[in-house]
Design a protein around this ligand. Structure first.
Ligand code: FAD
Length: 739
């Protein structure tokens, strides 16, 4: 399907309760010409309503997390997993940790808040804040495990600081989680005169009596003055000994907002008008905990973040279309359902409060229905990309319609802008705009090796794609033992305005440049075109002594086969395309593809590698067979030793695979002895085409263990997966076990 030209960039920062609704609305109705990008620190987002149930042990982690990758794909949005650390409103760029800033035309901030640990000495170092929740759960599990292995025989003493609804739900959930099995004591501390000050007296009475019934002691009326490794000191000087101090106090605004120049209230939260628009920067909207509507004092609550989502989505769309936006009218009173630990809850609205298992079932039904809204959406590609481009504010589609008579070449302005930005930030970029061709003079007597690859983006993050494309293209040089030297780029960016094309080209090449810098490669030229989707490839040149090259043909009888990366990128990316992959699986695949093969190649060569190849499009079986043919050997593979990326077995078991896999499998079958002994999942793994895959190398048997140890020490996820055998007829034998 031909996509519409990109006229404007809407960037959503944070996958909080409001921005997910923006994505959902875009999934149902896209806006041609407007490109949406979600930047989130994590690829899933926890739903606050189910947090206490998860802490109590009623919900699995997957049940309370919204899969942001999948949601973004359904909305036709790019997903960028990164932490925002700053904002340059003048240049309209959002600054990201560890990678270049990203341009926006319209920005929506929904980045939440964290319990305020900064105000109390020692809290940052010694307390465990309840948010971010994943961090809390990890830290909590570590501390409990440490305590259990400590085997002191003393009860686990837990203090929870903050007697609002969140603190009470957490203390009750922890009491249920710790149960009778762990000898423990729980204390809830509150600086104000009473706990649950925000609730009516009846709800407060019920919850207080539930806590008393569970043996939870409550200490209102004393502020925590400091936190240390052994507990807390109160403002009256008394010390309470805790093994774990959990922090669930009032919310603090994300610290990085202080440097952005955005108007903020006295608490540091982004000041917005009732249309959720920054009062200082009209092109920036904000919602949820991180924002405060001028003239109001709304409590930090997921309920408001959720309700603002609909207005935010509508206003962003209206803003893009140049239409008037509408106000958010907060509801003053709403039903609250507070979980008490077991499958039991308190329902309260205004002065009314009732409790029971029915209230839990009601809450559970509401929460599951909420989650289902973000889980059952069309998969990527089932889009509306062909619809006509509407009249977007400040943009005319006629400006970007091209005749293609120019060979789809990118215009001079976006090209020169992107390259100037790139050259200023990356020393590895040595582009000359004066000459028509790069002039290369290989240093004395060296042989030049060349290789080329190009492919469309398998993921929506352009910078990460740049990293992966560079790794993929350099794989051939690493496999041959060459030192990468120079690269020529072929970059394809989607049709769009000059600004979006310049930004896209910059992001693609900046990602690649980080790899080139590490490997000492100079980017000396290239060609850029526009097309329906982003694509990137490189002609890479490497240097080597002719006699020192590593070839596929060098494998000898008895050599041990080492693989340096787990397999499965093909099947996982295919699953993502169909909306069937979990976010964490794709995170794992991307992390593997982002790791270059240079360090592994150098270790393998230092340990006398006799033959090497990079595992890419033909899959492990295909590339191994090529190596065996060239070396006139057979091989034995240890099925149990072949590493698989997390999730690949699940997707293959569901029949999802890359479109190239059946051909790879057919080709492999001709060379596998006893192929019937392999399960269909094993066959799928063997024939899965890899993007930026690992190296497969033969190493002399007496050096294999040392080589493996060095690879693991360098951070490669390498394993011994088989050995070379003398030629007997069948090419690859199967051994079902480990090596
Ligand atoms: C234990 C507990 C229980 C609660 N229970 C309830 C409840 O039952 N009902 C209720 O209404 N409220 C509840 N709350 C309050 C609720 O959690 C918050 O009000 C709500 O999460 C705020 O939503 P949000 O969308 O503003 O932000 P969040 O839900 O916090 O989402 C912010 C997102 O932005 C991402 N992010 C943050 N910073 C960055 C960055 N720099 N770069 C990129 N991404 C970033 C985060 O990873 C996160 O995904 C509870 C809070 C706690 C602590």
């Amino acid at each position: 399907m031909r996509s519409s030209p990109i006229l404007t960039d809407l960037v959503l920062v944070g996958g909080g309760h409001s921005n997910i609704e923006v994505l959902r609305q875009f999934a149902m109705r896209r806006l041609a010409g407007a490109r949406v990008t979600l930047i989130s620190e994590h690829s899933t987002s926890a739903y606050s309503g189910m947090l206490p149930g998860h802490v109590a042990g009623h919900y699995e982690a997957d049940e309370i997390h919204i899969d942001l990758r999948r949601l973004a794909a359904a909305a036709g949005a790019r997903f960028i997993r990164a932490r925002a650390i700053g904002l340059d409103p003048d240049a309209r760029r959002i600054e990201l940790s560890g990678r270049p800033a990203l341009a926006y035309d319209l920005l929506s901030l929904n980045i939440g808040s964290t319990p305020n640990t900064f105000a109390v000495p020692g809290a940052v170092e010694h307390a465990v804040p309840v948010k971010p929740i994943d961090q809390f759960l990890r830290r909590w599990a570590e501390l409990v495990a440490e305590f259990t292995t400590d085997a002191t025989g003393k009860p686990l003493r837990v203090g929870v600081v903050g007697g609002g609804a969140a603190g009470v739900e957490v203390v009750l959930a922890l009491s249920h989680r710790l149960g009778a099995e762990t000898d423990h004591s729980l204390t809830l501390l509150e600086a104000g005169p009473q706990i649950l000050a925000g609730l009516g007296p009846r709800a407060r009475r019920i919850l207080t009596s539930v806590m008393a019934g569970r043996g939870i002691s409550t200490r209102p009326g004393h502020a925590v003055a400091s936190v240390g490794p052994t507990g807390v000191t109160l403002d009256d000087g008394s010390h309470l000994a805790f093994d774990i101090t959990v922090w669930a106090t009032g919310a603090a605004a994300p610290a990085w907002l202080a440097e952005t120049g955005l108007a903020r209230d006295e608490g540091g939260f982004i000041q917005v008008d009732d249309h959720l628009r920054s009062v200082s920067h009209p092109e920036i909207f904000a919602a949820g905990d991180a924002a405060m509507i001028e003239g109001t004092t709304l409590p930090r609550s997921g309920v408001y973040a959720v309700r603002q989502g609909g207005v935010l989505a509508d206003n962003l769309r209206r803003e893009l279309l140049g239409q008037p936006t509408r106000p958010f009218k907060p509801q003053r009173r709403f039903l609250r359902l507070i979980a008490t630990g077991p499958r039991h809850a308190v329902a309260t609205r205004g002065g009314l409060a009732l409790s029971g298992a029915w209230a839990w079932r009601w809450k559970d039904w509401i929460d599951r229905r909420f989650m289902a809204r973000y889980a059952t959406l069309p998969a990527m590609g089932e889009g509306h990309a062909g619809e006509p481009v509407p009249a977007l504010r400040d943009h005319d589609v006629a400006d970007v319609m091209r005749c293609k008579g120019c060979g789809s070449k990118l215009g001079a302005k976006p090209l020169s802008e992107a390259l100037a930005r790139l050259s200023s930030s990356h020393a590895s970029v040595a582009l000359s705009d004066l000459d028509d061709a790069a002039i290369l003079t290989p240093p004395g007597g060296k042989t030049v090796l060349q290789s080329i690859d190009f492919f469309p983006a398998p993921i929506s993050d352009p910078w990460v794609f740049g990293v992966i494309a560079a790794n993929h293209c350099l794989g051939d040089l690493h496999a041959m033992g060459a030192t990468p030297w120079t690269a020529l780029a072929l970059a394809q960016v989607p049709e769009g305005s000059e600004a979006t094309q310049s930004e896209d080209l910059f992001q693609l090449l900046a990602g690649a440049a980080t790899v080139f810098e590490t490997e000492g490669v100079q980017l000396v030229g290239g060609h850029s075109i526009e097309g329906d989707e982003p694509g990137l490839g490189f002609t890479v040149n490497g240097l080597a002594e002719l006699g020192a090259l590593s070839r596929k043909s060098g494998l000898g009888d008895g050599d041990v086969l080492i693989l340096t990366k787990p397999l499965g990128t093909g099947a996982l990316l295919a699953a993502e395309m169909r909306g069937q992959a979990k976010a964490r699986w794709i995170d794992g695949a991307i992390a593997a593809m982002q790791r270059g093969c240079g360090p592994a190649a150098r270790v393998l060569l230092a340990h006398g590698a006799t033959a090497m190849t990079d595992v890419t499009g033909f899959g492990l079986a295909g590339h191994l067979v090529e190596m065996l043919r060239a070396s006139d050997c057979d091989a034995e593979l240890f099925a149990g030793a072949i590493m698989r990326l997390d999730g690949v077995e699940e997707v293959l078991a569901h029949g999802v695979e890359s479109s190239l896999a059946p051909r790879n499998r057919q080709r492999a079958l001709d060379h596998l002895s006893a192929a019937g002994q392999w399960s269909s999942v094993d066959m799928g793994v063997l024939s899965d085409p890899q993007t930026a895959g690992g190296l497969l190398a033969g190493v002399p048997a007496d050096r294999a263990e040392a080589c493996l140890a060095a690879l693991l020490a360098g951070g490669d996820d390498a394993r011994i997966i088989g050995r070379a055998l003398p030629k007997q007829g069948a090419t690859v034998m199967i051994n079902k076990g480990e090596c």
